[in-house]
Design a protein around this ligand. Structure first.
Ligand code: TPP
Ligand code: MG
Length: 690
């Protein structure tokens, strides 16, 4: 065996000590240890056979963490394989998603529905749910899509937070579970892990337990070539309890997990392991991380692991032992069902309603009432303020909303009347101060949405959506409902200047599949966009909202949600020669340009386009009609041109940004960049000339 690690080092700070020696792969102590090792070797065999068969994949982590995972699933994880959606199950997150075969082996062997041996044999093939990295929705039991390192652990923080929030509402009898994570060196090197662990430590999420695969290897070699962090001290500094574990000693792992059960803080178990444990020449080296080991290496591993069976063959005694592990949680599940049946019916009804994810009856009507009021009173408000007005209505009626901001609450207008803070030790509130952690916030929002029972939304300046983008992308990929309140959406924020003024962000967000990017023009459209955000359970919504005040442009009330069509004619003109397309704050400019053109006897219509994605889903006839066939086209948006050509065509004009912005009072900045009614009117006239 190569790469047997040194005995665990001397402990520092509040870290607990677990003493043991590293067993050889064949042995492992007493009978219990041997049994655990055989169970673990089934995970190892399936994982290496699948990778070898696929001629691609990552055997190192499954082989290294098989012992840890076996102890977790056999002795600690609360789950019922027959009902993967059981609301009070422990959540298990494989943050190191490259080790996907470990998860697939666990799900298959414990008897989860939706995965067969045939699927494992087709690991990484287009027809198999066993994708290269675990994908949410492919197999029940995959709680979150992982693969981009650092995301899983950060999502798990959201899950653990959701658990505490729901526990505060519905009590121990209905909600009382843990969130376990397997994280690798790479997970903990990623910047997002810093945001996640400091937030979890601050909130004392004591039911969050991270099993760190401390194998000291990444792709390029030993971790020592790029990292000198004392991980134990790092987590302790963030407010975690820590423990060192011999990840190949089942008893040691069990002792550490038992210790973690009653931790008063989130717990880190630094599990010393050997990557690719069992591979004769690759174990302990970066060569074990990925790729098919080859026939000789696999044959050698079978000998070392004392696993004489053919590829994909699990002996009956081991198979039935694993199935028993998968069924063991049924009694805890039954006890929970009994507790639920004995609980206060009103509480249970509220709990079930929360889990359904359905917005309450009447909420849509209340938002329509808000639209009616706004179109009558015609306030001049920033759309960030209009968003608060909509959220006031939503939060008052729907207890499932949890809001927050990455330290920009007064700017994002995310905290509505009566919302109290979620604070360490008291999770009864509804508002999270995420701190200056956009990425950690976005991941936590996803984790809350994935947990269920909560509709999460969070805010920051739109320019910093870049800081959150990898988690936003995962929300879109997973198809989960999250709301992003992205304020200060253009040069219209003024004095803070180009560092804070998004110019390419609308285009960048629109480039992402399965996310609705909304840019409402006034308070009416903002209420509509919020209604659409709630209504879409299959993807996130991004609301681009202004800092500056805007007039109400929708002055005639209609119950119909016009933004649902993505774009619509806001101002018509008989025999229109020009169509002006605009979004958000530039709709006002478009309307003024229309007046200027009218004064010159040029009939122009204005189309508001609050959501391109929804517009693209309309019929070709509707789209053609809205775009005004035969009219000259001008688009105006205080962002870059990218994407607009599909609507304005080769002869159309675009008024917007061609560079970064500039610092100054916002009206001066608009003037400076020539985004004015006059320039829109001029552009229309040149477009008319063709
Ligand atoms: C954000 C991100 N960057 C890079 C990668 C590519 N990648 C996959 S695994 C890995 C590092 C492997 O080291 P470690 O996390 O310790 O896993 P181990 O090799 O120990 O299984 C990298 C860089 C990734 N998946 N995600
Ligand atoms: Mg590693």
């Amino acid at each position: 065996m190569a790469g047997v690690p040194a005995a665990p080092g001397k402990e520092k700070g509040h870290s607990e000590t677990m003493s043991s020696t590293t067993p050889t792969p064949q042995s492992g102590g007493g009978t219990e240890q041997t049994k655990t090792r055989r169970l673990a070797n089934a995970l190892r065999a399936l994982s290496m056979d699948a990778v070898e068969n696929a001629k691609s994949g990552h055997p190192g982590l499954p082989l290294g963490m098989a012992d840890v995972a076996t102890v977790l699933f056999a002795q600690f994880l609360k789950f019922d394989a027959q009902d993967p959606a059981w609301a009070d199950r422990d959540r298990f997150v494989l943050s190191a998603g490259h080790g996907s075969m470990l998860l697939y082996s666990l799900l298959y062997l414990t008897g989860y529905p939706g995965i067969t041996m045939g699927d494992i044999k087709h690991f990484r093939k287009i027809d198999s749910p066993c994708a290269g990295h675990p994908e949410y929705g492919h197999i029940p039991g995959i709680e979150v899509t992982t693969g981009p390192l650092g995301q899983g652990i950060a999502h798990a923080v959201g899950m653990a937070l959701a658990e505490r929030i729901l526990n505060a509402r519905y009590g121990d009898a209905l909600v009382n579970h843990k969130t376990y994570v397997i994280a690798s060196d790479g997970d903990l090197m990623e910047g997002i892990s810093h945001e996640a662990i400091s937030l979890a430590g601050h909130l004392e999420l004591s039911k969050l337990i991270v099993l760190y695969d401390d194998n000291s290897i990444t792709i390029d070699g030993a971790t020592s070539i790029s990292d000198s962090t004392d991980t134990i001290e790092r987590f302790q500094a963030a407010g975690w309890n820590t423990i060192r574990v011999d990840g190949h000693d089942a008893a040691d792992v069990a002792r550490a997990l038992a210790w973690a059960q009653t931790s008063d803080k989130p717990a880190l178990l630094a599990c010393k392991t050997i990557i690719g444990f069992g591979l004769p020449t690759r174990a302990g080296t970066q060569k074990a991380h990925s790729d098919a080991p080859g026939a000789e290496e696999i044959a050698g591993a079978r000998k070392i692991l004392n696993w004489p069976y053919e590829p994909f063959v699990i002996p009956e005694d081991i198979a039935s032992e694993w199935r028993a592990i998968g069924a063991a949680g049924a009694s805890a599940h039954a006890a929970w069902t009994r507790r639920k049946s004995e609980a206060d019916p009103a509480l249970v009804a509220a709990f079930d309603a929360a889990l359904s994810g359905d917005e309450p009856v009447g909420l849509d009507a209340a938002l329509i009432d808000l639209k009616r009021t706004v179109s009558t009173e015609k306030p001049s408000v920033a759309t960030r303020k209009a968003s608060e007005m909509a959220l006031d209505v939503i939060n008052a009626m729907w207890p499932s909303t949890i809001g927050g901001s990455a330290d920009l609450t007064p700017s994002n207008n995310t905290k509505t009347k009566g919302m109290t803070d979620i604070v360490t030790g008291d999770f009864a509130g509804r508002y999270v101060h995420f701190g200056v952690r956009e990425h950690g916030m976005a991941a936590a929002l996803n984790g809350m949405a994935l947990h269920g029972g909560i509709f999460p939304y969070g805010g920051t300046f739109m320019v910093f959506s870049d800081y959150a983008r990898p988690s936003i992308r995962l929300a879109a990929l997973m198809g989960i409902r999250v709301g992003y309140v992205m304020t200060h959406d253009s040069i219209g924020l003024g004095e803070d200047g180009p560092t804070h003024q998004p110019v390419e962000h609308l285009a960048a967000m629109r480039a992402m599949p399965n996310i609705n990017v909304f840019r409402p023009a006034d308070a009416v459209e903002t209420a509509e966009c919020w209604a659409l955000t709630l209504a879409n359970k299959k993807g996130p919504s991004f609301l681009a909202l202004t800092r500056q005040n805007l007039p109400t442009v929708r002055t005639v009330h209609t119950d119909e949600n016009l933004s649902a069509r993505g774009a619509y004619e806001l101002a018509s003109a008989p025999d229109a020669k020009v169509t002006i397309l605009a979004t958000g704050s530039e709709v006002e400019l478009a309307l003024k340009a229309r007046d200027l053109l009218a004064a010159e006897n040029i009939a122009a219509r204005v189309v508001s386009m609050p959501c391109w994605e929804l517009f693209e889903q309309q019929s070709a006839t509707y789209r053609d009609t809205v775009l005004g066939p035969g009219t000259a086209k001008v688009a105006v948006e205080a962002g870059v041109r990218l994407g607009w050509d599909r609507y304005i065509g080769p002869n159309g004009a675009f008024v917007g940004m061609h560079s970064f912005g500039a610092s100054g009072p916002y009206k001066d900045v608009y003037l400076h960049f020539g985004i004015t009614p006059q320039s829109v009117a001029e552009a229309a006239k040149s477009a008319l000339k063709g």
